[in-house]
Design a protein around this ligand. Structure first.
Ligand SMILES: Cc1ncc(COP(=O)(O)O)c(C=O)c1O
Length: 386
């Protein structure tokens, strides 16, 4: 199988990820932070070890500013609902995933939130000047993603961070498509809150997600109880990470995630970025040359993530994806990719969306070329049919 759906979840993991998840499940299945016996302490050690790896990856000041949840959607909801106040003005972009856009729509209906959606260009994302102009007295949150999960467009989140810090407005960065793939430094980029999954570029198992909340920002917790600490308290403790970690954690998942992040730290993010860029640009160039192909990606020479979309004239994305899977054993994703605003921008919202390709560093040149070849055959046989 040629797996090119890493923007949804990474499929191939380093051997250490499988080993550590298995080891945790077999020998460290105690409940972390609950009991004083050996397996509970070992489970706690795994969780803390993963926190430290993530601290190093994202250049976080204190590991306790990081908390674990199920996925990026949960982390984004924790941050958005945790900070929202009635009538608050929130700025976001047209490139966002619906794990941002749906909570914001909901806040409009339930809390009278005012939401400004910044336009974005395919090549460069949002214009930081638009952000500056959109700020109001009651702006209480800016939430912008680093890399679009539809086009691979990269937003200049360091510029966003600078503008937000100057204005004193908290900045939530959705780094779901860049974590483990592009450098992310919460200090340098002046990120106040960060959300990402553990199961995509961080190479961990599914059921893992990460939330960073800078000291000085206190969120209302989304879930309450089950922290294992401060059981004498009637209300959720203020201490981190417990405040944002209710209920028993996914220790086997976090053990695998710790190994995934360790692998990335040893390899170095610039190395990952370089390799993924090479493969993505090779695929992009090969597909761009095919007749009837519309490509939705930043133009050559621009910053990009390792994901982009296409449409084949005369062939629905869903049909192309099914043929790639059934006839060529190539896994990609078709549709709207949970990002309707981005498809409205591209003009693909009412057309079945796009066909999305997302290589990772474990793909080979041979796999990329086989995919270009398969797409060439699909274009020849299906192109211009409907
Ligand atoms: C930009 C972006 N944000 C959020 C998410 C949600 O991630 P998860 O499935 O881990 O909740 C995704 C997943 O595709 C994404 O691409």
């Amino acid at each position: 199988m040629i797996y090119l759906d890493n923007a949804a979840t990474s499929y191939r993991k380093p051997e250490s990820v499988y080993k550590e998840a298995d080891r945790a499940l077999r020998t460290c299945s105690g409940n972390p932070g609950r009991s004083g016996h050996k397996v509970s302490l070992e489970a706690g050690g795994i969780v803390q070890g993963c926190r430290r790896n993530l601290q190093q990856l994202f250049h976080v000041g204190n590991a306790d500013e990081l908390s674990f949840g199920q996925n990026a959607t949960m982390a984004l909801n924790e941050a958005i609902y945790g900070i929202a106040e009635p009538g608050m003005h929130i700025i976001t972009s047209t490139l966002e995933h619906n794990s941002v856009s749906r909570p914001l729509e909901n806040l409009k209906m339930t809390m009278g939130a005012e939401v400004t959606i910044l336009p974005a260009s395919l090549d460069d994302g949002i214009d930081p000047d638009d952000l500056r102009k959109a700020l109001r007295k009651n702006t209480g949150l800016v939430v912008i993603n680093h890399v679009s999960n539809v086009t691979g467009t990269v937003n200049d989140i360091a510029a966003v961070g600078r503008i937000c810090r100057e204005a004193g407005v908290p900045f939530l960065a959705d780094v779901s498509q860049s974590a483990g793939k592009l450098p992310v430094d919460v200090g340098e980029m002046q990120i106040d809150m960060l959300a990402c999954p553990g199961h995509k570029g961080l190479l961990g198992p599914q059921g893992t997600g990460v939330l960073y909340v800078r000291k000085g920002i206190l969120l209302r917790p989304l879930l309450q109880g089950g922290t294992g600490s401060h059981s004498e308290m009637a209300v959720q403790p203020l201490d981190r990470p417990d405040r944002y970690e209710s209920g028993t954690l996914n220790v086997p998942g976090i053990a695998g995630l710790a190994a995934g992040v360790r692998y990335l730290l040893e390899k170095g993010i610039p190395e990952v970025e370089k390799r993924e860029r090479e493969l993505t640009e090779r695929l992009l160039a090969g597909l761009s040359d095919l007749p009837g192909m519309t490509v939705y990606a930043p133009k050559p020479g621009k910053n990009r993530g390792s994901v982009f979309s296409v449409r084949i004239e005369g062939c629905e994305p869903q049909d192309a994806s099914m043929i790639l899977d059934s006839s060529f054993d190539i896994a990609v994703r078709a549709g709207l990719h949970c990002a309707p605003w981005a498809h409205r921008m591209l003009g693909t919202l009412d057309k079945g969306g796009t066909l999305r390709f997302s290589p990772d560093m474990f793909n080979t040149e041979e796999e990329i070329d086989a995919c270009i070849d398969a797409m060439g055959q699909i274009v020849q046989e299906m192109g211009g049919m409907s």
